[in-house]
Design a binder for this molecule. Structure first.
Ligand code: ZN
Length: 96
């Protein structure tokens, strides 16, 4: 399976459910349809990738991304919340 995720909009599905609900005279309530596989398959999606969490590893003169091994100059350490090479979020550990 690929690493790409397809995210479904929750509001979109809820909207569908509201619009397909029918008034039930006996129970005096709206019957909500069960969202079935077809609806889920046809729901609009956005392609996304899971957020990678990494940390900077210190080396003399450079720091290395723990995810992709990409280097950046040590002077930039505090300027990057994300690795400029692979996009990982650098929040696992603070550099001293
Ligand atoms: Zn990286």
């Amino acid at each position: 399976m690929s690493n790409k995720m397809e995210l479904i909009d929750r509001n979109e599905l809820l909207e569908y459910q509201y619009h397909s609900s029918e008034w039930n005279d006996e129970t005096q309530k709206f019957d909500l349809p069960v969202v079935d596989v077809t609806v889920i398959k046809n729901a609009p999606t956005v392609e996304a990738e899971p957020v990678k969490h990494g940390k900077w590893i210190k080396f003399p003169g450079v720091i290395e991304c723990s995810i992709c091994g990409g280097w950046i100059g040590k002077e930039h350490t505090f300027g990057y919340k994300y690795c400029p090479h692979c996009g990982a979020k650098m929040d696992l550990e603070e550099l001293e």
